[in-house]
Write a protein that binds this ligand. Structure first.
Ligand SMILES: NC(=O)c1ccc[n+]([C@@H]2O[C@H](COP(=O)([O-])OP(=O)(O)OC[C@H]3O[C@@H](n4cnc5c(N)ncnc54)[C@H](OP(=O)(O)O)[C@@H]3O)[C@@H](O)[C@H]2O)c1
Length: 241
């Protein structure tokens, strides 16, 4: 039975992905900061799908987050076959006005954490001769976005980093994919105070649909996954600002 480590599982796309993997009879390790939600999710997934569910409660903006996770997995004696780097958040607004502390935490989580965890888990995947990594970017990975400068820059890093790894592992049984969703109906927009924008009113996808597409395409080893026709067109026809 495969073991999947997913970050940011207590809501949105990560929650839908955790349910998808459990539904495909894989054991899941959930990572987020909300203990109550993690406990409820563990009980639900175990009883609904009869798979093993562990959780790790940690703030991934912290510098020692990867050490903490690797140590926990070692103690459990679990090998990770599939890694999903999904946890993320946004800090919107004109760059001169946004909260620098939040932006530096975002860089820590979207870039530092994803890079370090991928390296540590890939070593394990190489030993096992199998691995899948899904790194969650955004349509912003392709489009530098005014009023979203740091967020879209971190998502561009995620895509560039994942593309390069995908090339390095081409001749092996390890695949690295980037999921690039557009507006998705999760808590993300509300937390970033952009839920009233036209984009989040008109062109929004359900997280379950995004997770469904992501699952099938990543398992096939597709390099870039852009869910939904609107998002594909957005990426194809966007002009740089
Ligand atoms: N929704 C969209 O429109 C959209 C569009 C493009 C890309 N994305 C990307 O999709 C991914 C998932 O976002 P979502 O839309 O599903 O958002 P969401 O509903 O806000 O979920 C974010 C998840 O990340 C976790 N998380 C946030 N900060 C964390 C931290 N410091 N440490 C540990 N866990 C943390 C949250 O759990 P806790 O609060 O319990 O820690 C939550 O489970 C993100 O990478 C986001 O950038 C979303």
């Amino acid at each position: 039975m495969k073991n999947v480590l997913i970050t940011g599982t207590t809501s949105g796309i990560g929650k839908a992905l955790a349910e998808k993997f459990a539904g495909e009879k894989m054991n899941v390790i959930l990572v987020a900061r909300d203990r109550k939600k993690l406990e409820q999710q563990q009980l639900f997934l175990q009883s609904q799908y009869q798979v093993k569910v562990n959780y790790i409660l940690y703030d991934l903006t912290k510098e020692d987050a990867v050490d903490f996770i690797i140590e926990q997995i070692k103690q459990w004696g679990i090998q990770i076959h599939i890694l999903v780097n999904n946890a993320g958040f946004n800090e919107c607004g004109y760059f001169r006005n946004t909260d620098l502390k939040k932006e530096l935490e975002m860089i820590n989580m979207h870039i530092r954490f994803v890079t370090e965890l991928s390296k540590r888990i890939l070593i394990n995947m190489e030993e096992n001769g199998y691995g899948r990594i899904l790194n969650v970017g955004s349509t912003g990975s392709f489009i530098p976005s005014p009023t979203d400068a740091v967020y879209s820059a971190t998502k561009a890093y995620i895509k560039s980093f994942s593309d390069a790894l995908c090339g390095e592992y081409r001749k092996t049984n390890i695949r690295v994919s980037t999921l690039c969703p557009g507006a998705t109906q999760t808590e993300f927009a509300k937390k970033a105070n952009i839920d009233n924008t036209l984009l989040f009113k008109l062109a929004v996808m359900k997280p379950e649909r995004v997770a469904e597409i992501a699952y099938f395409k990543m398992m096939k080893g597709k390099r870039i996954i852009i869910p939904g026709m609107y998002n594909k067109l957005l990426v194809a026809f966007s002009k740089k600002p």
